[in-house]
Write a protein that binds this ligand. Structure first.
Ligand code: TXA
Ligand code: MG
Length: 329
């Protein structure tokens, strides 16, 4: 049997309609941007975002960039200030990503932002990518459309080679003319911090904003940007987390975060199950929302059962370990 290949869709009305229905149905579609091809999924669907991480084969849930058709739609999800409005005016549509405070009302999946209170947003300039975002009318989460650890793709053929049948389709927008991921900045009051260099240079940013700071801290992951000391990089619950707990052996005051069948009437009130059926994709989709819900209970601890350390379970366990051992400041 021949290996299943993703559809390669032409950048015409029919192709964009097909891509749009696939995205609306939760499927993954690679989309052209002026920087690199993005592995796109509906950013408002926890399941679609979990599928992105699964297709990437990323060992960790790094927050993803959310792509929009226009500046106006961006402001529905994040809170702008004067500096972000100036940067948007100067560089959007284009290869600039801004990390901004997320609105409480935003429908973007918590998994897409790895549980953070910020969102990374951008409005791409590629005519085809831009048109697709306009037609689909949804925020689209998209990391570069390659398997983790591989080179970022700048043609549909690169995407197909790297991701194959892990995605439903790729929209053919030709070769990406920049070929380097977008510049990422965090906007803090009247200054910005450069989190990832890109084709919009520090000098170009400096012509719009008074102060551009560099990130100084370490990096602990090749896929991740250097960790900015002043920015919250990982979602950290207030409640203590205990890993590899046995559901029938909880400490007083603990609530349970389960996986697979086995929560009973003896399980403390408020406890949650990441996936009744033991489905890792469903568990990933539920992870951040359930951690937040459990954290809000004010319990003495959150006891988490053992999660299989395979596939998406590796990223889930990475996140749970970080939550259980808070990082030193
Ligand atoms: O050019 C690009 O930016 C491509 C195209 C497809 O748009 N996308 C891309 O996405 O490179 P990705 O997921 O590979 O990179 C996202 C970057 C990472 O460095 C991530 O850590 C950072 O943005 N990021 C995302 N959300 C963040 C947040 N809330 N706070 C800090 N950094 C964030
Ligand atoms: Mg990448």
């Amino acid at each position: 049997m021949a290996t299943k290949r993703p559809l390669v869709l032409a950048p015409d009305v029919e192709g964009l309609d097909t891509a749009s229905s696939l995205l609306r149905n939760g499927a993954l579609v690679a989309i052209p941007t002026e920087t690199v091809y993005g592995l796109g999924g509906n950013a408002t669907s926890d399941e679609a975002v979990a599928a992105i991480f699964e297709a990437k084969g990323r060992p960790a849930f790094n927050p993803l960039i959310i792509h929009f058709a226009s500046e106006e739609t961006v402001w529905d999800h994040v809170i702008p200030n004067n500096v972000s409005r100036k940067l948007a005016g100067a560089f959007w549509p284009g290869p600039l990503t801004m990390v901004l405070p997320r609105r409480k009302t935003s429908s973007v999946s918590l998994l897409a932002s790895a549980g953070l209170d910020t969102l990374a947003v951008r409005v791409p300039a590629h005519p085809v990518g831009h048109q697709l975002l306009d037609v689909v009318g949804l925020p689209i989460a998209a990391p570069s459309a390659n398997r983790s650890g591989c080179i970022s793709p700048t043609t549909p053929a690169h995407v197909v080679d790297s991701l194959g049948e892990r995605i439903a389709a790729v929209v053919d927008g030709g070769a990406c003319h920049i070929g380097l991921e977008s510049t990422v900045v965090a906007v803090l009051d009247d200054r910005i911090v450069l989190l990832r260099p890109g084709s919009i240079t520090r000098e170009a940013l400096g012509s719009v904003v008074n102060r551009v700071d560099h990130v100084t801290a370490h990096t602990d992951n090749q896929d991740a940007p250097p960790s900015p000391g002043m920015l919250e990089r990982h979602y950290a619950p207030q409640t203590d987390i205990r890993l590899n707990a046995k559901p029938d052996d909880l400490k007083p005051g603990e609530v349970l975060l389960g996986f697979g069948p086995g929560l009973t009437e003896n399980t403390p009130d408020g406890s949650k199950n990441l996936s009744e059926t033991g489905d890792l994709r469903e568990a990933a989709a539920n992870l951040f929302a359930m951690m937040r819900d459990l954290d809000a209970l004010g319990a003495s601890g959150i006891a988490v059962v053992t999660i299989p350390d395979t596939g998406l379970g590796i990223a889930i366990n990475d996140r749970l370990r970080r939550a259980a051992t808070p990082e030193k400041p």
